[in-house]
Design a protein around this ligand. Structure first.
Ligand SMILES: Cc1cc2nc3c(=O)[nH]c(=O)nc-3n(C[C@H](O)[C@H](O)[C@H](O)COP(=O)(O)O)c2cc1C
Length: 378
């Protein structure tokens, strides 16, 4: 089929899917408990991914690829920039269906050395006025050995990143024990990953975010650097750092040869004017629109600091191709999302990719690589 006709068909398909999602599925789904529906989505996605005909149908409904979007990042080939951010597929159930949904990569986890059932009580809330989610899982996951077994069995067609965090318990709040725990998780998982992310920025862990302290990060990266390295290592950082703290942490990471920075994790500060609900839960970190500008600023700051010695992966509040393009021009080579998919529908991934091609062409670029960081180089 001629390319132009195919593009028009995909646009039409996405408009229909978006309308159906917003008019029917979302109003019903938003009546249910957010964690319950999330768990049902995981079960459904795992089932669809296990059967080739369902993978093909899903691809016909949600797929989109374009050669202008392909690139090599940190030595890994990515056919498209938008990936699934860590936290949606914590235990690696969705590896086989995510490529059919249009994702160019997926980050599973965060996984910890030991299993953890998560914080007690409610731990996921929707903030619809803010187009955000409040997350207080506390690093719930089945633990590195179980997740490793599942990843080993999965057929993979896109790069799979594995996010590693520190087991959420009292013992690992001690720096040495915390470092040992990260290393144990790393050893169980690094051979299975196309890239590894070290998550030092979970706002919901026991003892806070201890590895955002320079000395502790130095100890952690020093210990990890003694282990074998078979793929790029990225560091996932937080928004709420002073310029001085961020500069110091990134310099330390660059000193250990960290290949990239994921900007960023959930927001924490409750005085964010984009949090529009009056009854925002006291616990947890928030995603979506309230973190969009914060993450774009961090992307630009980190991009300027690293001067090409590492890549930047943008994450936070991407709901449209325009949001994605803003982050690419700020300095992101790759992008990740969760909340945009929940508020806009799963077709948003192909809409973003298709819209990016349109925006790149309108600006006279031949490929995504040419646009990375243009707004942070002036
Ligand atoms: C339900 C949920 C769980 C999350 N769990 C993790 C996690 O385990 N590890 C992590 O690094 N980030 C986690 N995050 C943060 C996301 O990876 C991402 O940084 C954040 O949601 C901002 O992106 P978004 O606005 O596109 O959702 C989680 C986010 C959500 C919504």
């Amino acid at each position: 089929m001629a390319t132009k006709a195919k593009e028009i068909l995909i646009s039409g398909r996405n408009v229909i899917l978006k309308t159906g999602y917003k008019a029917i599925f979302k109003p019903l789904a938003f009546q249910t408990n957010p964690e319950w529906i999330h768990d049902r989505m995981i079960t459904t996605g795992a089932f669809l991914g296990a059967h080739a005909p369902f993978r093909a149908i899903t691809r016909a409904a949600f797929g989109y690829m374009h050669p202008m979007l392909a690139q090599n990042v940190a030595g890994v080939h990515f056919a498209a920039p938008v990936g699934l951010a860590a936290g949606f597929d914590k235990d690696a159930h969705l590896i086989q269906i995510l490529p059919s949904c249009g994702f160019g990569h997926a980050e599973v986890g965060s996984v910890t050395a030991k299993p953890y059932e998560g914080n007690e009580g409610q731990r996921l809330w929707r903030l619809p006025k803010s187009e955000s989610l409040m997350v207080y899982y506390g690093l719930k996951n089945e633990g590195a050995p179980a997740v490793a077994q599942r990843i080993k069995k999965a057929k993979r067609t896109i790069p799979i990143g594995i996010s590693i965090a520190k087991t959420n318990c009292k013992e690992t709040a001690n720096t040495q024990k915390g470092v040992e725990d990260y290393v144990e998780g790393y050893k169980s998982l690094y051979k299975l990953a196309d890239y590894i992310t070290i998550n030092i920025s979970c706002p919901n862990a026991f003892g806070g975010e201890p590895f955002t302290d320079a000395k502790k990060l130095d100890a952690l990266l020093g210990a990890l650097s003694k282990e074998q390295k078979t793929c790029p290592i990225f560091l996932k950082i937080a928004h709420h750092m002073s310029d001085a703290q961020r500069t110091e942490l990134i310099d330390i990471a660059l000193g250990y040869g960290v290949d990239g920075f994921i900007c960023a994790n959930l927001g924490k500060k409750r005085d964010n004017p984009l949090l529009k609900e009056t009854d925002v839960p006291e616990v947890g970190g928030y995603s979506g629109k309230p973190v969009r500008a914060l993450s774009t600023k961090l992307i630009a700051d980190v991009y300027k600091q690293v001067q090409g010695k590492a890549v930047v992966i943008g994450c936070g509040g991407i709901f449209s191709a325009e949001d994605a393009y803003e982050k690419i021009k700020a300095g992101s080579s790759l992008l990740q999302l969760i909340t945009g998919m929940i508020y806009e529908g799963p077709q948003v991934i192909s809409s973003i990719h298709q819209g990016l091609v349109r925006l790149l062409k309108a600006d006279g670029y031949n490929s995504i690589t040419e646009a990375i960081g243009v707004n942070s180089r002036q």
